[in-house]
Design a protein around this ligand. Structure first.
Ligand SMILES: [Cu+2]
Length: 141
């Protein structure tokens, strides 16, 4: 009887944790394909917070590069420049789109060349301790 109870508890906590990560939806993930001589690229995606609380995206890391950080392209007086985004807050049910000319993850110091078929792994970290790994497609827009 006691064993059954423990098993039920384990199963219960397992289903809760997998549900939690699914509540953060990350889709359409892609990394800009670059020429072999280029060492910098960028990643784009859609992210949606399906939870009922505020979530903060703190970092998006890539093992295939030395460094990555969130940036926002801003335009002032006809000049485009990039601002560092320390963290990104997602309100309940809010969706934010990272796209060319807007929010993006700058990826610096690429360790190897990209091939079109390659799946690149990105690691998303949130302020509540949630870590999500997703595969990005290499795309030449
Ligand atoms: Cu940038």
């Amino acid at each position: 009887m006691r064993q059954l109870f423990v098993l039920a508890l384990v199963l219960c906590s397992l289903s809760v944790s997998s549900k939690q990560t699914d509540l953060i939806e990350i889709s359409d993930v892609w990394v800009r394909g670059v020429l072999p001589v280029q060492k910098t690229s960028a990643a784009y995606f859609k992210i949606k917070n399906h939870t009922s609380r505020e979530l903060k995206l703190e970092s998006v890391d890539s093992a295939f590069a030395n460094h990555s950080m969130m940036h926002k392209t801003v335009e002032s007086n006809g000049m485009a420049s990039m601002e560092h985004v320390e963290s990104l807050t997602l309100a309940p049910n809010q969706e934010i789109i990272f796209k060319p000319g807007g929010l993006h993850v700058m990826i610096m110091g690429l360790k190897s060349e990209f091939s079109e078929q390659q799946q690149l792994k990105l690691t998303f970290k949130f302020d509540d301790g949630t870590v999500k790994q997703v595969n990005a497609q290499v795309k030449h827009p």
